[in-house]
Design a protein around this ligand. Sequence first.
Ligand code: HEM
Length: 401
Amino acid sequence: MGAFDPWDPAFVADPYPAYAELRARGRVEYFEPSDQWLVAHHADVSALLRDRRLGRTYLHRFTHEEFGRTAPPAEHEPFHVLNDHGMLDLEAPDHTRIRRLVSKAFTPRTVERLQPYVRELAGRLVGDLVEAGGGDLLKDVAEPLPVAVIAEMLGVPEADRAPLRPWSADICGMYELNPSRETAERAVRASVEFSEYLRELIAQRRARPGDDLISGLIAAHDEGDRLSEQEMISTCVLLLNAGHEATVNATVNGWWALFRNPDQLAALRADPTLVPTAVEELMRYDTPLQMFERWVLDDIEIDGTTIPRGAEIALLFGSANHDPEVFDRPGTLDLGRTENPHISFSAGIHYCIGAPLARIELAASMRALLEQAPDLAPVADPQRNPNFVIRGLKGLDVRVG
Ligand code: HEM
């Protein structure tokens, strides 16, 4: 069994045995290389996500200096301005305000209305894959589907969509542990370009509103309150990035798990009514986002250990999703699992706003692949991305027929 080491490819390939060791050792453990406290049990991860003594940011209460941290270098400013005005990196009251405004435009009804479009697009992408006799499931289906859906929702014209994925990938590099200088430079460049593009698009929608989400965000108001220009830009980037990164990985991680569990895949093919529980189980079994961090805003105690204000906690979602105290035989893929309180969409105030959309997308591509490619099979073992937090594959080559 390997140790917890997010920079070790062997750990990244299969972190679950190391998580089991961590859980067996206790409820909280200091990890010196990233200066974080690791929390690996489901009950603790779930409780801490709801604990207001923790936050995704501390800047609503303290300066960097007061919190004992150094401000990020000035040259990273474009990334931080973008990131720090999105709801994911805000706490109350700004988080509450922005999430409420965004929820006015991004409603369950707008998502539900998309259902036929998502199904039709999934069918078309899978149809092309089948016609070609196979291809890369990531590039041909998993990626284009959520990118097109969120771009369509926001009203990003088709001709402008090519840079969305590279911008997003470059920005997401900053969410890994200790990003390199080169990663930071790429993220800053992407932040500048992405922001400029959206500023222009928002100006166009202000002049000529449509029935897209950007127009909805411009119109959204609440007791006289509106999103500022920067909040609009940050929200669009967040929706575009969060709206596809995890879905792409959940799709390919899920299919790779199915290929490695042929009995489960056969059961799913024989009974497609399993699709809803299969989607949840695959998100649990190989968790697409393995870890989220929280700052300790006021001292907390876990199992007799005091974690002081200013410390950082790493909530290990992948471990929580494999905790035998909550999941019967957690290492077994069971597509019919009905009791499945996985934490892949988080919990508390930052619970994923896009979860209903993600579920529609994952089910649509799964159904299309089951129906149109009943003999879908991998061509070779895929290569894994070296990243720990955003867990995914470089590609997944498949054949049909
Ligand atoms: C399989 C797909 C997805 C997964 C696994 C996922 C997971 C998550 C998680 C874990 C969080 C909270 C992180 C934390 O607590 O620190 C989150 C937040 C968020 N997600 Fe998702 N997500 C997915 C798809 C989507 C989609 C499709 C959208 C939008 C269209 C989206 C938009 C967001 C937004 C805006 C937030 C921030 C919510 C807030 O801070 O209040 N996500 N997501």
